[in-house]
Design a protein around this ligand. Structure first.
Ligand SMILES: Cc1ncc(COP(=O)(O)O)c(C=O)c1O
Length: 367
């Protein structure tokens, strides 16, 4: 260690920096970015218009309490706006939770192929990330509960999970909450909740409303197609909302983002269009890719995890290179412990068909 220069807190230099999905295919004229689970239909035109309108008045600070946005979210989901905190992306809210609730050496649990930002935020606040095994690429409540001890402060679960697309039924989530000590926060990261079409799934609103240690995070980045503006929200018990409000930046949400978010919430027709698009193309992709002989993890989100063989010329890395040459950018997920898989976001009809054709050509070419 170099003592004669500033040192970050322990844990920070143990972080493997987050590497976002690629967005470019050099030399290819038309590129389809299917690597970040963004919406192929984009945002509501009304949200884009509201954003542009807000750009006409940039000299004033935003409303630091995001009052109107919280009210709009409250109206949409039937929630008390006082129990909502907005964040610059749900990422910020996950970070704030670790900031407010972890002390050096505290443990926080996440699952084997869980969202990679969890260990990054845990380490960034001096915590110890505890990774627990999944079963069939799905979070397993018994494994999580077995990892809980007196040092545990937070359990993160993405439901549905990224990058696997799998989900934990609500009964199991309730069993998880019942098995946790009351001083452990259960974070239900429901970034992809709007896509799920399963009767036994719930994002967690009811559980948050009836417990003191559960929060639910949501985002405008996926179904609302507003990833660029960075907007997310958390619904939680009043005491957790109070703690987060004390540590967050005073103006953490910018005005154009708030305006776009509110307009997006009002445009339920656009939201339904996005839901319907996904409901049509998610199963189509899973089926067509499955027919090619590739294993696809059953997904309820807006992406699929595709598993590749390890034979030379047929690997995930080979497929990634082949697809990229055609302007089809998928997500390598080796960093998630899945070196033999690629994650594909549901795209436009054109993109989806091109991917299936390209995968067919990839598998059909001489080895
Ligand atoms: C599971 C999960 N949680 C949270 C996020 C963060 O979303 P944002 O910060 O854009 O709201 C993502 C984004 O990919 C995600 O997949």
């Amino acid at each position: 260690m170099t003592a004669n220069r500033p040192q970050p807190r322990p844990g920070v230099l143990d972080i493997a920096p987050y590497v976002p999905g690629k967005s470019k295919a050099p030399g290819v004229a038309r590129v389809f970015k299917l690597s970040a689970n963004e919406s192929p239909l984009g945002p509501s035109p009304k949200a884009a218009a509201a954003y542009r309108e807000a750009a006409g008045k940039l000299e004033d600070y935003p409303d630091g309490a995001a009052t109107e946005l919280r009210q709009a979210i409250g109206r949409t989901y039937g929630l008390d706006p006082e129990r909502i905190v907005c964040g610059s992306g749900s990422d910020e809210l996950l970070n704030l939770l670790t900031h407010a609730y972890l002390q050096d050496g505290d443990e926080a649990i996440y699952t084997e192929h869980g969202f990679l930002m969890y260990p990054i935020y845990i380490l960034g606040h001096g915590g110890k990330p505890i990774k627990v095994a999944e079963k069939d690429h799905t979070a397993n409540v018994d494994s999580i509960l077995a990892a809980v001890n007196e040092n545990t402060r937070i359990v993160f679960i993405a439901n549905p999970n990224n990058p696997t697309g799998t989900y934990v039924p609500f009964d199991e989530i309730k069993r998880l909450q019942q098995g946790l000590p009351p001083n452990v926060i259960l974070v239900l990261d429901a970034a992809y909740a709007d896509y799920v079409q399963k009767n036994d799934y719930e994002a967690g609103i009811e559980l948050v409303a009836t417990s003191e240690n559960v929060v639910m995070c949501r985002t405008f980045s996926k179904i609302h197609g507003l990833a660029a503006v960075r907007l997310g929200w958390l619904y939680g018990p009043a005491h957790i909302v109070d703690a987060l409000n004390r540590v967050r930046g005073p103006f953490n949400i910018n005005t154009p983002a708030m305006m776009a978010g509110m307009a997006a919430l009002e445009d339920s027709a656009h939201l339904q269009k996005s839901v319907a698009h996904n409901a049509e193309w998610l199963p189509w992709l899973a089926e067509e890719i499955g027919k090619l002989g590739l294993k696809v993890t059953p997904s309820v989100a807006n992406f699929v995890l595709i598993h590749f063989p390890q034979d030379k010329g047929r690997t995930a890395a080979d497929a990634d290179a082949f697809l990229t040459e055609r302007g089809l950018i998928l997500r390598r997920v080796a960093g998630y412990g899945l070196p033999n898989a690629l994650r594909l976001t549901v795209g436009t009809e054109e993109a989806n068909r091109l991917v299936v054709k390209a995968l067919s050509d990839f598998l059909g070419r001489a080895a």
